[in-house]
Design a protein. Structure first.
Length: 385
């Protein structure tokens, strides 16, 4: 492992400044770090507001024509430059073809969300069939809680952070009242120790161990919105499930921010919005996840619903919101990626590419140009010789 991968940012900055022979506060270091940043090209993928367009700004102190310093991506991400192109494509299709847009074109409106599921599933470390793009965050949280929170006289509590995002508190309280439970007795809040701002993992695990037999659902953030603390999702999940609890997460501030492996960690359910680190725009589509082990959780004999998370989807996805989310998600990964091993001794006579566009449209464009390719049901392109 590269020792620098575990070093504190302050240490890395001091080391870089020492190599340059300057102070850590010197602009020379800042310019050097910008130049060495391997992700600097991504800046060109977004519109960055000008200083003059942000109220209130004192233009006697700053150059209004310069791009602003945008420090609020945890509230609303910047607009990807592809958004307008994608929106214009769908508005034009609507104008030209009317109702036929439902099942035609690069993003058939009735199925447009399915074009993005692979990108989203990869981002959260889930299987394709475990993820759905739909609704808003709190709507999804309510839908999931209705399925996973089934209180009994013995197991009736919901465990969450005392400083969880307010809407999570409201959703939990609403669910408890819906079941006729006493909120004070049933909402189990965990707080940091006296004089501390963040929660210790040992304290979280201790509460789960002590109270677990009475807890029906554990609902935590992935990244705490107030402190920025990254919770140990796999350990919390394992501890809760060991005590018979369902364990879910609000990943609003975690998705697109930290690496996630929801399937491998065995998380029962999760939901998240997309307008923060995924840059889908204010009010953008949210998403939800249910582990495949719960695929039958909402299937009823009277209704023929899709298994797992897809049974929660309602009506057509809003195509204009799908467009803005697509533009944001495409920034998160390379447009084309080779997944065949590069070493000659580790591969056959084949090249496999994964692409971020809907694979059907890629096949169509290749075939128009006289290229015969092996088709798959996923976003993979097989090339053999």
């Amino acid at each position: 492992m590269d020792p620098s991968s575990t070093a504190l940012p302050a240490t890395l900055i001091e080391q870089a400044a020492s190599r340059l022979g300057c102070s850590p506060a010197d602009k020379k270091l800042a310019f050097h770090l910008d130049e060495e940043d391997k992700l600097k090209h991504l800046r060109e993928c977004f519109h960055i507001p000008k200083v003059k367009d942000l109220p209130p700004t004192d233009l006697t102190l700053v150059n209004g024509e310069e791009s602003c310093i945008y420090f609020v991506g945890n509230s609303l991400g910047l607009q990807p430059k592809k958004v307008k192109t994608y929106l214009d494509e769908e508005l034009d299709k609507w104008a030209r073809t009317g109702v036929h847009g439902h099942f035609n074109g690069q993003r058939p409106w009735a199925l447009a969300d399915e074009c993005l599921v692979d990108l989203m599933a990869e981002l959260v470390g889930a299987q394709r069939h475990e993820v759905a793009i739909m609704n808003g965050l709190t709507v999804n949280l309510h839908l999931l809680m209705l399925s996973f929170f089934k209180p009994t006289p013995r197991r009736y509590k919901i465990l969450l952070e005392a400083k969880a995002f307010p809407s999570d508190h409201y959703a939990v309280e609403s669910q408890l009242r819906f079941h006729g439970l006493d909120v004070e007795k049933s909402m189990l809040l965990i707080r940091p120790r006296e004089g501390e701002e963040t929660l210790r993992i040992e304290d979280i695990l201790a509460v789960i161990e002590e109270e677990g037999d009475s807890i029906a659902v554990i609902l935590f953030s992935g990244v705490q919105y107030y402190t920025g603390q990254l919770f140990d999702i796999p350990r919390i999940t394992k501890a809760g499930q060991k005590k018979g609890c369902f364990v879910g997460f609000d990943l609003a501030h975690a998705v697109g921010n930290v690496e996630l492996s929801l399937h491998d960690w065995g998380v029962d359910f999760a939901c998240w919005c997309t307008y923060k680190y995924l840059n889908s725009g204010a009010g953008g589509l949210a998403a939800a996840y249910i582990h495949e082990k719960h695929s039958q959780i909402i299937c009823f004999s009277e209704l023929q619903l899709s298994k797992g998370i897809n049974g929660f989807r309602l009506s057509n996805p809003p195509i204009l919101l799908v467009c803005s989310l697509q533009a944001g998600l495409e920034v998160k990964k390379p447009f084309v990626k080779i997944i065949t091993p590069p070493q000659i001794e580790e591969r056959g006579f084949q090249l496999t590419l994964t692409v971020s566009l809907p694979i059907k449209s890629v096949f169509e464009e290749l075939e128009k140009r006289g290229v015969a390719v092996s088709k798959s049901g996923f976003n993979f392109l097989f090339i053999t010789f």
